[in-house]
Design a protein around this ligand. Structure first.
Ligand code: 5GP
Length: 119
């Protein structure tokens, strides 16, 4: 099965092209892929190609890169046709939030009414 270290490096392996993914955006610093277990009709993960463990570490080290994740998410939402109807952006951090991959990723969710804050 998967170890913690496999999960840690999963996105680096996807970025390196070693593991396949459904890529919806690929630029110098950011990759966006469809979630393998979607929680909404559109469920995309927007991932910096440099690894930080969570959003706060990313914001501290490279605030412009954090902003780029949000901008890319908006562009993907436009292309998916959900920018107008609406979407949700979220970061999970650590166990209580259910973070399983310790390489920061912005979830983009939409394509249906999403319900309350925690779904
Ligand atoms: P977290 O809970 O860490 O914020 O979210 C991790 C997300 O990554 C989950 O929504 C999960 O479905 C997704 N995921 C896990 N493994 C893979 C994979 O191999 N490929 C893709 N595209 N998504 C994955």
């Amino acid at each position: 099965g998967m170890t913690d270290s496999d999960l840690d490096s999963l996105f680096l392996r996807i970025i390196a092209g070693e593991i396949p993914a459904d890529v919806v955006h690929d630029s110098e610093r950011v990759l966006a892929i469809r979630d393998i277990n979607p929680q909404a009709p559109t469920h995309v993960l927007v991932v910096p190609k440099t690894r930080y463990r969570n959003a706060a570490e990313l914001a501290t080290a490279e605030p412009d890169l954090l902003a780029e994740l949000v901008r890319v998410a908006g562009e993907v939402a436009e292309r998916e046709g959900i920018a107008e109807s609406g979407y949700r952006l979220l970061f999970n951090t650590n166990e209580d939030a259910g973070q399983t991959i310790f390489h920061v990723h912005l979830h983009l969710l939409g394509g249906e009414p999403l319900g309350g804050l925690t779904g």
